[in-house]
Design a protein around this ligand. Structure first.
Ligand code: ADP
Ligand code: ZN
Ligand code: ZN
Length: 816
C-alpha cells in the first residue's frame, strides 16, 4: 500500500501538498511533526504534517519527502484545529497561519552543513551507519544532510547525526537546529568526594597553604547556605574576589566540579512568592459573579473602571486554574504593558510566569514554546502579545484578555489578519476553557455581546481604595487663542495646573497622539508642503535629527533650508507632535525633568521598560507621549494628565473614531490619581461641546455606547453588521481603478446594496502602490461562510482575468 502525507508549507498555497512516504516513515511520522520537502524546481521548505493517508493526489505525481526533522510533534492537534479555523475565518491559507504561528527558528531555511570534528576518535565506537558518514568525511570537508541521506540511503538521518554529534565525531554548522541555541550558564559545586565532614576538614587544611583557593571554597559554602540554590561560576568569582583562573585550577584539581544548566532568558530572580492581596468588597463580589457566570458562559466581560483593581481579580482566577494543574494565557495588547505586569505577576507566581512577544529573539521564543509544549512548571502562565495564542498549549484552563478593547489585538499586515481576542475565544472553545475579557472601556463589540447574553457580564464601578475618578475639565482653546491665553500649545489653565502639580511634588503625563515635531511643513510664500515621494502624505518634521520622515513607508530626507517649489526660506510648521510638546515643556519648565515616550524613543528591547521605570522612580516629572501611555499602566504619583488636542482623534476618518477617542481619553485619564489623591485631567479642544468629550468628562460609558450603537445601526456598521474589507493594490492607478470597478460590480451582482465602493482611502497611495477599498457588509441573518464562499469565487475569477493578475488583493475580515 502506498503512503502519503499532506503538508502545510509556510507559503500562501490554496491547498495542502501531498508527498509520498515509505511505510517505515508512515509508522514513524505523526501529525504535527516537521519534514523538509522539495518544492517547485529547486526549493526546499519545512512543512508540518497535517494528514497521513493512502490516497495519491489525482492531478500530480507526489514527490518524496527529503527528511524528517523531528522525533515527535512540535505542533499539537488543537493548534492545527485553531490554524484551520483562522484560515477559514480570516480567509487566508494555512501556510500564512503557519508562518505567523511558528517561531522562525522552527522553519528550515537552508540546508544543514556537517563537518568533521577536530578530535581524533576511536573508530570502534561507531555503528555501521555512523561509520559510513565518518568515512565520507575523510574525503570531503563537509556534507549536507541530503548527502548523508544519499550515503545511508534513508531519509530519517537525524538520529544518526545526533549520535555522531554526541560521540563528538561530527560538528554541525547549521541553520536548522542551531538557529536555536539554549543559553547555558556555568555552575560549580564541591566534588562529591568531599561530602563527608572529615574529607572536607582535610581539604580545608590542605588548602590552607593556598589562601585564595581556600577562600573560594569557603565562599562557595556561604553562597549556597544563603541562597540554597546552585552557584554560578560568575557569582563565585565576584563574591570571593578570585579570578576565574583560580576557580579553574580548583576544577582541574578535582576539588570543584563544573556543570551547565540551560537557563531561560526571561529570568526570575526573586525569592519566595508573595501572597495575593485580599480583595475589597467590590472585587470580591466581582470575583464571585465571574465564577458564577463561568458556570454557564465560556466568555465573561469584566467592565471595571480604571484602577478598580481588575488585575488582582485576575490573579485570584489564575490561582484557581493553576491549582487545577492547568495553564493560563494572559493576553496584553502591547508589550508596553508587560514590564509592570511581569513584576506584579512574578511576585505572586514566581518562575511559573513566562513572557512571549515579538521583541524577544527567536531563541527566546523557542524556549517559551518548548516550556509550553512540555507543560513545564516554568510556563504555567504565559504573558504575551497577540501571537501567544499560537503557543502549543495542552491544558489551557483560562485566557485573560486584558484591555480587550485595544485595536492592536488585530493583526493588520500580513495575513493572517486575525483578531487575537476573537481567536482567543475560539482557542478557549477548543480547550474547553474560559475567557475573561477585561476593560475599563469595553469595545462596542464585546459590550454588545454581553448585552445579547452571548457573554457573561460583571462590573466594578469603584476605584480601589475609594479613590475618586479624576476630575475632567475641558479647555476651549479657540477661546483661549482669541483671548491670547496660549503659550505655544499650552492653555493658561493647563499651565496653572501643571505649575501647581509640580509644586506639590506630583508628576504629569501629557498626551499627544502624534509623534515627531510637526506633521506638516508648509511654505509661507507659495503654500507648497513636502510630500512623501512614495505615499500620498505630507512628511513629518523630526527636529531631533532635522529630518523629514514618512510614517507610512519610512522615507527620510534632510529638512530642506528653502522651499523646493519657490525657493523661499520661510517654512512654517503646522500641527504638532510629541517632539514639539517636549521641546515646549522644556522651555516652560526648565527646572523639571521631561521625557518622551513614543515609537521613536522606545526602540530596542528594553525601550519601554527604561522610561516606565524612570517614571516610577520619579526620575521624570513630566512625561510626554502617544497612546502608548494609555495602556493600563499603574503609576502612583501621577496626578495630572493633559490631553493636548482632542480634535484630531475625533475627526479621524473612520467609523470607529469616536469610540476610540472615548477609549483613549478615558484610558489616559485613568493614569491620573490612582492612589489616595484625586487626579485631574485637562482636555484641550476647539469643540468642548462634542458629545464624546462630554461623555469622557462625566465618565459615561453607557451614553457613549448607546449613541455610537445608534450610528452603527443606522449606517450598518459592526457590531450590527459584520464586514469584510477588500483592498486592491497596484502601482498603476488606472489598473487598480479598473480592477476595483470590476471587482465591486461582481460583488454587487451577488450582494446588491451591501457593497460599498470602490473608494480611494484617505491615503490613496502607500509605498508607490495605489489603493482601492471595497466594503462588504454582512447582515447578521446572512450566512458568513456562504458569503465568504461567494467572495472566494469572485476572487478566483478576478485572478483569472489576465489584466488583473498583477493586482494584489487583500481580504480583511472584521477589519479595523
Ligand atoms: P486596574 O487594572 O483595574 O486599572 P489595578 O489592578 O492596576 O487596577 O489596581 C490599581 C491599584 O490598586 C494597584 O496599584 C493595585 O496594586 C492596587 N490594588 C488593587 N486591588 C488591591 C487590593 N485588593 N489590595 C491592595 N491593593 C490593591
Ligand atoms: Zn514656496
Ligand atoms: Zn512614504
Amino acid at each position: 500500500m502506498p503512503y502519503f502525507i499532506d503538508i502545510i508549507i509556510p507559503i500562501p498555497l490554496q491547498k495542502l501538498f501531498t508527498y509520498s512516504i515509505t511505510k517505515a516513515e508512515a509508522e514513524f511520522l505523526k501529525i504535527g511533526m516537521r519534514v523538509s520537502v522539495p518544492f517547485g524546481k529547486s526549493k526546499i521548505y519545512t512543512g508540518i504534517v497535517a494528514r497521513i493517508h493512502n490516497n495519491p493526489p489525482t492531478t500530480y505525481e507526489a514527490k518524496e519527502i527529503h527528511q524528517i526533522l523531528d522525533e515527535g510533534p512540535i505542533v499539537n492537534e488543537k493548534q492545527l484545529q485553531l490554524w484551520q479555523w483562522i484560515a477559514n475565518y480570516y480567509m487566508c491559507t494555512l501556510g500564512d497561519v503557519m508562518r505567523a504561528a511558528l517561531p522562525s527558528a522552527f522553519i528550515l531555511e537552508s540546508e544543514t552543513i556537517i563537518t568533521k570534528h577536530k578530535k581524533l576518535i576511536d573508530e570502534s565506537i561507531l555503528l555501521d551507519d555512523e561509520f559510513l558518514v565518518y568515512e565520507a568525511l575523510q574525503h570531503q570537508s563537509s556534507l549536507k544532510i541530503h548527502d548523508i541521506s544519499n550515503i545511508l540511503d534513508k531519509k530519517n538521518v537525524l538520529p544518526v547525526i545526533k549520535r555522531l554529534i554526541e560521540k563528538e565525531v561530527i560538528a554541525v554548522e547549521e541553520e536548522i537546529y542551531e538557529k536555536y541555541k539554549p543559553k547555558l550558564v556555568r555552575y560549580v559545586k564541591l566534588h562529591a568526594q568531599f561530602a563527608s565532614q572529615s574529607a572536607l576538614q582535610k581539604l580545608l587544611e590542605d588548602l590552607s597553604r593556598a589562601p585564595k583557593q581556600h577562600q573560594v571554597v569557603l565562599t562557595l559554602f556561604s553562597i549556597s547556605a544563603k541562597t540554597k540554590k546552585p552557584v554560578k561560576v560568575a557569582d563565585l568569582s565576584t563574591e570571593s574576589g578570585a579570578s576565574s583562573s583560580i576557580i579553574k585550577s580548583l576544577i582541574d584539581k578535582g576539588v570543584l566540579e563544573e556543570y551547565f544548566i540551560q537557563t531561560d532568558r526571561v529570568q526570575y530572580s526573586g525569592d519566595d512568592n508573595e501572597d495575593s492581596k485580599s480583595l475589597n468588597d467590590y472585587q470580591a463580589t466581582a470575583l464571585t459573579e465571574i465564577k458564577e457566570s463561568f458556570k454557564d458562559q465560556s466568555v465573561v466581560l469584566l467592565h471595571g473602571v480604571t484602577s478598580s483593581g481588575k488585575t488582582e481579580v485576575y490573579v485570584k482566577l489564575i490561582e484557581d486554574v493553576l491549582n487545577k494543574g492547568q495553564q493560563v494565557l494572559y493576553l496584553l495588547p502591547e508589550i508596553a504593558l508587560t514590564a509592570q505586569l511581569i513584576t506584579r505577576l512574578q511576585n505572586y507566581f514566581g518562575e511559573q510566569v513566562a513572557v512571549f512577544h515579538s521583541k524577544y529573539s527567536s531563541h527566546e521564543r523557542v524556549e517559551v514554546w518548548n516550556h509550553v509544549l512540555n507543560n513545564s512548571a516554568k510556563a504555567q502562565i504565559v504573558l504575551g502579545a497577540r501571537s501567544s495564542i499560537f503557543l502549543p498549549f495542552n491544558s489551557l484552563g483560562l485566557i485573560i484578555v486584558d484591555e480587550e478593547h485595544e485595536q492592536s489585538f488585530k493583526q493588520f499586515d500580513p495575513a493572517p489578519r486575525y483578531h487575537a481576542r476573537d481567536t482567543a475565544v475560539v482557542l478557549a472553545h477548543i480547550h474547553n476553557s474560559k475567557v475573561l475579557l477585561g476593560s475599563a472601556t469595553p469595545s462596542l463589540e464585546s459590550y454588545f455581546n454581553a448585552k445579547q447574553n452571548k457573554y457573561g457580564f460583571v462590573e466594578i464601578t469603584k476605584r480601589f481604595n475609594d479613590v475618586l475618578m479624576p476630575d475632567v475639565e475641558l479647555v476651549d482653546i479657540k477661546d483661549a487663542l482669541k483671548k491670547k491665553r496660549m503659550k505655544g500649545h499650552f492653555s493658561d489653565r493647563l499651565l496653572e495646573e501643571m505649575t501647581e502639580t509640580l509644586r506639590e511634588g506630583h508628576q504629569i503625563i501629557l498626551f499627544q497622539n502624534r509623534r515627531g515635531f510637526s506633521p506638516i511643513v508648509e511654505c509661507h510664500t507659495c503654500g507648497h508642503s513636502p510630500q512623501c515621494p512614495n505615499c500620498d502624505v505630507s512628511l513629518t518634521y523630526h527636529q531631533y535629527r532635522d529630518q523629514l520622515r514618512c510614517h507610512y513607508c519610512g522615507f527620510v530626507e534632510i529638512m530642506p533650508k528653502t522651499c523646493k517649489a519657490c525657493g523661499s526660506p520661510e517654512l512654517d510648521n503646522k500641527g504638532f507632535g510629541t517632539e514639539q510638546i517636549e521641546a515646549e515643556v522644556k522651555l516652560l519648565f526648565p527646572d523639571y525633568k521631561v521625557a518622551r515616550m513614543d515609537l521613536d524613543t522606545t526602540r530596542g528591547k528594553y525601550g519601554y521598560e527604561k522610561i516606565i521605570t524612570a517614571l516610577e522612580q520619579q526620575e521624570i516629572d513630566i512625561l510626554v507621549g502617544t497612546q502608548m501611555l494609555t495602556k493600563g499602566l499603574d503609576f502612583r504619583n501621577v496626578k495630572l494628565v493633559g490631553i493636548m488636542n482632542a480634535d484630531n482623534m475625533l475627526n479621524f476618518p473612520d467609523f470607529r473614531a469616536h469610540e476610540r477617542s472615548f477609549q483613549l481619553m478615558l484610558q489616559v485619564s485613568g493614569r491620573a490619581g490612582r492612589t489616595e489623591e484625586r487626579g485631574k485631567v485637562l482636555i484641550q479642544t476647539y469643540n468642548p461641546h462634542h458629545n464624546i468629550l462630554q461623555q469622557v468628562s462625566t465618565n459615561n460609558y453607557i451614553d457613549m455606547y448607546n449613541e455610537q450603537m445608534n450610528d452603527r445601526y443606522n449606517y450598518k456598521y459592526p457590531p450590527i453588521y459584520k464586514q469584510i474589507k477588500i483592498t486592491l493594490k497596484h502601482k498603476d492607478f488606472s489598473r487598480v481603478d479598473t480592477a476595483s470597478i470590476w471587482y465591486a460590480k461582481s460583488l454587487r451582482n451577488v450582494f446588491g446594496d451591501n457593497i460599498l465602493g470602490p473608494e480611494s482611502p484617505p491615503i490613496a497611495r502607500i509605498r508607490n502602490q495605489f489603493l482601492k477599498n471595497i466594503l462588504v457588509k454582512i447582515p447578521k441573518k446572512q450566512s458568513l461562510s456562504k458569503t465568504k464562499e461567494a467572495i472566494i469565487k469572485i476572487n478566483n475569477s478576478f485572478l483569472n482575468v489576465k489584466d488583473f493578475r498583477s493586482v494584489k488583493v487583500i481580504l480583511n475580515v472584521d477589519n479595523f
